[in-house]
Design a protein around this ligand. Structure first.
Ligand code: SF4
Length: 248
């Protein structure tokens, strides 16, 4: 696949950069000298995150990045893997790519009921190990505003709790932080940026990716949005407007 270079300094780029920097500062995500591991699945969201974090920042202090891809092993021809590697090399990113069989393992007979749980657990475990080995103190994931909204509903519908993905999550006693610099950005705009920049985004070959709880909740929100355009906005804002006295 040919890598196409496009003009980066567009109106959309400036908009996304502004809100990414705002999220980074509001949630104190990055400090001077941080080494940030960026989880790159190869999808448009993660390539947008990598691209935006690799752009000059106005207010965020100096930090270094390492792109990490854990290939799930769904595509035995490794077409997507090779295209992603070419992209990372062409753009001079420092990167680590690993081929695994996490995907097929998570869908094996003994685990058919809940592949996503095991899949995310194994992938995350490997990312933590790489972060420790490479001296990264921050792990950046490409979860955006829509992911945060959907996760709130997934946790309520299926997990019996009111919680979501945190923009800046302290783990292992503060040795590591998971950060989500796209927390303020709408999925629609992130995907649009992916098209604008012509990232070689790979499609998710996972058989569960079309039937997961996340897809169900996303479709449900789309349905509700037909009657109320502000539904996603309202749910997002409600997370900063919790009235504990009016809960059980
Ligand atoms: S949808 Fe597929 S790739 Fe994503 S977490 Fe679930 S099993 Fe893993």
């Amino acid at each position: 696949m040919d890598i196409i270079k496009t003009d980066k300094n567009t109106k959309l780029f400036r908009h996304l950069k502004k809100w990414l920097e705002k999220a980074v500062l509001d949630f104190n995500m990055i400090q001077e000298g941080d080494r940030v591991l960026i989880g790159v699945s190869g999808g448009a969201d993660s390539l947008a995150l990598l691209d935006l974090l690799d752009s000059p920042m106005i207010f965020v202090p100096e930090f270094s990045i390492l792109a990490v891809n854990i290939d799930m092993g769904f595509d035995s021809s490794y077409r997507s893997y090779n295209a992603l590697e070419k992209y990372l090399q062409t753009n001079n990113y420092q990167y680590i790519m690993e081929k695994t069989d996490i995907g097929p393992l998570a869908h094996s007979d003994y685990n058919k009921k809940n592949p996503c749980f095991l899949c995310s657990r194994l992938r995350r475990k490997r990312i933590f190990e790489i972060a420790a080995a490479e001296g990264c103190n921050k792990i950046a994931f490409a979860h955006h505003r829509d992911d945060i909204i959907e996760t709130l509903l997934i946790n309520m519908f299926y997990g019996r709790e009111i919680s979501t993905m945190m923009p800046n999550q302290r783990i292992f006693g503060g040795k590591l932080h998971i950060i989500r610099p796209l927390a303020y950005l709408r999925e629609e705009l992130v995907k649009k940026y992916g098209r604008e920049r012509q990232f070689p985004a790979v499609k998710n070959d996972c058989p569960t990716s079309k039937t997961s709880k996340r897809v169900y909740v996303k479709n449900l929100l789309n349905e509700l949005e037909r009657d109320n355009k502000e539904i996603r906005d309202n749910i997002y804002k409600a997370m900063s407007h919790v009235k504990p006295d009016y809960l059980l």
